[in-house]
Design a protein around this ligand. Sequence first.
Ligand code: MGD
Ligand code: MGD
Ligand code: SF4
Ligand code: MO
Length: 699
Amino acid sequence: MTQQPPKSTFSACPHDCPSTCALDVHFDADGKVKRVNGAKDNAYTAGVVCAKVARYAERLYHPDRLLKPMRRTGPKGEGRFEEISWDSALDLIGEKFLEAERAFGAQSVWPYHYAGTMGLVQRDSIHRLRHTKGYSRQFDTFCTNMAWTGYVAGTGKLAGPDPREMAVSDQIVIWGTNAVATQVNVMTHAISARKTRGARIIVVDVYRTETMKQADIGLIVKPGTDAALACGIMHVLFRDGFADRDYLERYTDCPAELEAHLETRTPEWAAKITGLDARQIEEAATLIGSVKKTYFRLGYGFTRSRNGVVGMHAASSIAAVTGAWQYEGGGAFHNNGAIYQLNKEMIEATSLKDTTVRALDQSLVGRILTGDEAALLGGPQVKAMLIQNTNPVSVAPEQELVKKGFAREDLFTVVHEQFMTETAAMADIVLPATMFLEHDDIYKGGGHQYIILGPKAVEPPVGPKENMFVINEIAKRVDGASHHGYDMGARDQIDWMLRESGYGTLADLEMSKWIDLQPDFETAHYLTGFGHSDGRFHFRPNWGASPSPNRPDSGAVFGAWQSMPELPDQWDSIELADGQHPFRLVTAPARSFLNSTFNETRSSRAKEGRPEVWLRPDDAARFGIEDGARVTMGNRRGAVTLHARLVETVARGTVISEGVWPNDAFDDGRGINTLTGADPVAPYGGAAFHDTAVWVRAS
Ligand SMILES: Nc1nc2c(c(=O)[nH]1)N[C@H]1C(S)=C(S)[C@@H](COP(=O)(O)OP(=O)(O)OC[C@H]3O[C@@H](n4cnc5c(=O)[nH]c(N)nc54)[C@H](O)[C@@H]3O)O[C@H]1N2
Ligand SMILES: Nc1nc2c(c(=O)[nH]1)N[C@H]1C(S)=C(S)[C@@H](COP(=O)(O)OP(=O)(O)OC[C@H]3O[C@@H](n4cnc5c(=O)[nH]c(N)nc54)[C@H](O)[C@@H]3O)O[C@H]1N2
Ligand code: SF4
Ligand SMILES: [Mo]
């Protein structure tokens, strides 16, 4: 009798999303993946996943998946490749990396990666190669810098109230995240609170998103004005007796100074800056003040501005003024990064990390590859790159420079990918990568508190290999890359990390599927003290020396950090509109894409339609733009061509373009990041993807 293949198994979503859903993966009779559901028995996922991952079979069995290693034959970027064997590809990579090292030093090799998979083994093994060889390091700046730095400025720690407490909250303020699109489980718990206890949902965004459509109250602000809104709200809280003075005295650094400072930050003042009506601010403040169990769910979106750190800090400060932190279902949550404390020595060769080796800013990749001396941090030109889990030619800012850099004939580029992305198309060597169900890995949630196992569930097609295979094989070919981590398979890596971190063994985790690392109530709500050494929430952060996880170990501080406001305040460091650039562009996420991932699947493309810019009819009329018209949008960095959609639901002067579309979905092949800037945001870097002044013209 033949053994029946299993009908289902468990896994975790590997994509770059705060939800890190626990998954049930269902197979058909042939053992092929059929459908992916959210695990019902995981208290955060609670049976819900987004539509794009539910349809994962479409991506897994996509006809365009990369299956063979390839070598470039035509000129750079033309897209002509020939198949080669894994061995010849790896040998060539070894030779080229050694050649670069001999001629220009080890730092001329730049392993470049991001979070296309969030698996700790497959994502982070690239550091093992980096650290054992002394290759250039990477300063991560695509995503978290402003959000984490701003949050930690107040709390002293990147953690907060149990995200599941949203379900027992009386009021949820979803601030600067389009959770329906970007982290669906936030909605699961918020809607559950509404159903079971009549909780109110307040959403703050720059347009009427799908999330705002589900809200009781929607506040549409001008981009980069969240700190003004927060100050206006806090003014009312102090003025109308909603401030919890006992709490402030016990748990915060300078409540009296904050109160005095806010005296002039009236709702009228905030209204002028945010574009809201003063009455809307009064109403929101009264609701926030009168409902003790208010849970602030603070997202990334509103921090992707040159003043984003200040915005995040100001928003998180509200919960300290009301004392909401004390209550179950209250406080301000952003991310749980600090709770895990994993020992990643075998994955990353952490002990060999040399902080004197330069850490190149990943968002400055365009400037770096085009030889900008400041961006190169005084070191050699980058001559060779290995790229995993990221698609910089599409997602990185200053796209014109990025394209120019990757077109350099003297740059040797290896891209390990699942699809022929824009970045892969610029490579010298393209290597096919497995997908998450085809390899072993382990994941930790940013938006929750679980470690989840994602074991290999199906055999990959012949050809694709997992990330750590590529790392280990390159290491064999580049002299002197030695570390015990190279001798371990993914399962050994997981087992070692769990044991050394005090979280049991792989065998235990295979039984339990996940580990719930939620700290106790007192700790999570900072009732035993905030993360700073004085135990207090800081209204007055030390911006030059803040305990941010993003703070560069070189000691570098960026932007106009010395003029950052001392207390929560509006900070006009954003790319302001002017006569030549009358609009402020926000490049918000598309629901059916995840950054540039899923923009290759037919169903996602069909749902999203085409690249568009949304603007108000009155704004459009000033420039003679009609609904559906082909328009050009530009600034000093370049211009893109797309179609206009007229919507009433954005603030005057704001334009929205959803999604990182493939560059070739635009008429002239220039993607949306042609317009965005890479200048590092104060104080600890980051790219201001939603902070761009532009003009829009009918074309
Ligand atoms: N469907 C989908 N899901 C995703 C992603 C995706 O691209 N698509 N990306 C993934 C990644 S990498 C991340 S980091 C997370 C990010 O997820 P989020 O935390 O949701 O952050 P963003 O996607 O940058 O933007 C969220 C919202 O912020 C709004 N916003 C922009 N500027 C401002 C502002 O100045 N003030 C206010 N109040 N709001 C503003 C935008 O309009 C948008 O609706 O999502 C992940 N999930
Ligand atoms: N305009 C604009 N630009 C943005 C943003 C925005 O809001 N607006 N958001 C920014 C943010 S927050 C982020 S995080 C970045 C993210 O941008 P990227 O890091 O590029 O993220 P993704 O597009 O999700 O993933 C990149 C690639 O990883 C590949 N991949 C997935 N799994 C694996 C694997 O196991 N192995 C290998 N080798 N490859 C794999 C996928 O096929 C995909 O092509 O984009 C940023 N860019
Ligand atoms: S919501 Fe996020 S974590 Fe969950 S399945 Fe979708 S992309 Fe993955
Ligand atoms: Mo991100």
